[in-house]
Design a protein around this ligand. Structure first.
Ligand code: NAP
Length: 341
């Protein structure tokens, strides 16, 4: 039987967000099951003001006046096998990287390119996490989500989730605080893997090693560790901005003035630019202003070196985006979510 969740009052959320922002929540509770969550809401009388998984893609800009809930719903179960494919059910509170390691131990492929992404499985659909040419949507079957207002558990398909580039229904205005993702169902492969080594960094790391889920995961882990700061040491939320997509016309103009500009053609004729490169060229890579800076190995990551507030990081990010807009005429869009809304 599950223990009733403990409601703690006036708690710092510093340990619950990877930016390490020290704001308080009037009430804080963790839940391990859907029933535990329902019981919490019943006792509190309202949906929580803030729901966090690993707190790895959020910037907390103000204290939380009400209840903050941390999703700790666990469990990984194989639900179905069809030929080479396996349908796996994962609790929303499971740590994403632990899930990737579990898949590799079983000999399952599909999520190896997504190794070492911080956060929880329940948060993964929110921004359709992606890395090295693979995104959650590629392995996604459906999810279960509790709707706060109706207390109904919805089963939602990929189409329902409206996945886009680091985007989903759950980030859209009016939808942002509507659901709690309790379970995610993913299709992995136990043979005849669909391996993706399209990114040069992975091919370089592999060299002559034959690609396999484990070999790719090792490459991804090594590359990420060499380029990205460990949030336990330097608070951060990974890429602060999305890579911008521009028209072919704008791409041609930019490329004429900056021939080194990395640009990746998209199926619809547009081009994806590397936000990190644009920020770097504007002089921000390794630049530090008090407690805040752009990481020296990857300019796309804004770092809290200790003691920064959410507001001051947001103000810093506005300056970064403004200089990219000035120099390149490209508007950077935030990947990180600013909370509370
Ligand atoms: P990188 O190698 O410095 O390349 C910069 C950008 O160019 C990447 O973000 C990537 O876009 C794009 N790119 C590179 N090779 C590509 C290819 N062969 N085809 C299409 N696009 C290509 O990138 P990085 O910063 O080290 O990141 C490597 C991967 O990890 C990327 O997929 C990135 O998104 C992911 N990542 C995600 C986060 C996060 O917080 N969400 C943080 C760090 C890294 P895409 O981003 O569209 O892949």
């Amino acid at each position: 039987m599950t223990q009733p969740a403990l409601l703690l009052s006036n708690q710092s959320l510093q340990a619950y967000n990877t930016f390490g922002i020290d704001v308080n929540s009037a009430l804080l509770a963790e839940f391990q099951t859907v029933d535990g969550l329902r019981e919490l809401i019943h006792r509190y009388g309202n949906p929580p003001e803030l729901l966090l998984g690993g707190g790895s893609n959020v910037l907390l800009r103000a204290p939380i006046e009400g209840l903050t809930c941390i999703n700790r719903i666990g469990g990984i179960h194989i639900r179905e096998r069809q030929g080479d494919s396996v349908l796996v059910e994962v609790g929303g509170g499971v740590n994403w990287h632990q899930f990737v390691l579990w898949a590799l131990e079983q000999g399952f492929g599909g999520v190896e390119n997504l190794a070492l992404i911080p956060g929880t499985v329940g948060a993964a659909p929110v921004q359709n996490i992606g890395a090295y040419g693979v995104e959650l949507a590629d392995v996604f079957d459906h999810l279960e989500a509790l709707e706060w207002q109706t207390d109904i558990i919805h089963e939602m398909s990929a189409a329902d989730c409206r996945f886009g580039y680091r985007d989903s229904l759950f980030k859209q205005p009016g939808q942002q605080h509507r659901f709690c993702i309790t379970k995610v169902f993913l299709w992995l492969r136990q043979a005849n893997y669909h391996l993706n080594t399209s990114y040069g960094a992975i091919r370089q790391y592999l060299g002559t090693t034959p690609p396999s889920p484990t070999a790719i995961a090792r490459a991804v882990i090594a590359i990420r560790q060499s380029k990205l700061p460990d949030w336990r040491q330097f608070g951060n939320a990974g890429s602060f901005f999305k890579n911008p997509i521009v028209s072919a016309e704008q791409h041609d103009t930019l490329k004429a003035t900056d021939p080194a500009l990395p640009a990746y053609p998209q199926p619809d004729g547009t081009y994806k630019l590397a936000a990190g490169y644009l920020i770097d060229r504007c002089g921000w890579k390794g630049f530090r202003e008090g407690a805040i800076g752009c990481y020296a190995q990857q300019a796309l990551v804004i770092v809290n070196f200790g003691g920064a507030t959410g507001e001051s990081i947001l103000a810093f990010s506005h300056k970064v985006a403004a200089s990219v807009a000035d120099r390149y005429g490209v508007q950077l869009e935030r990947e990180v979510r600013i909370l509370p809304i």
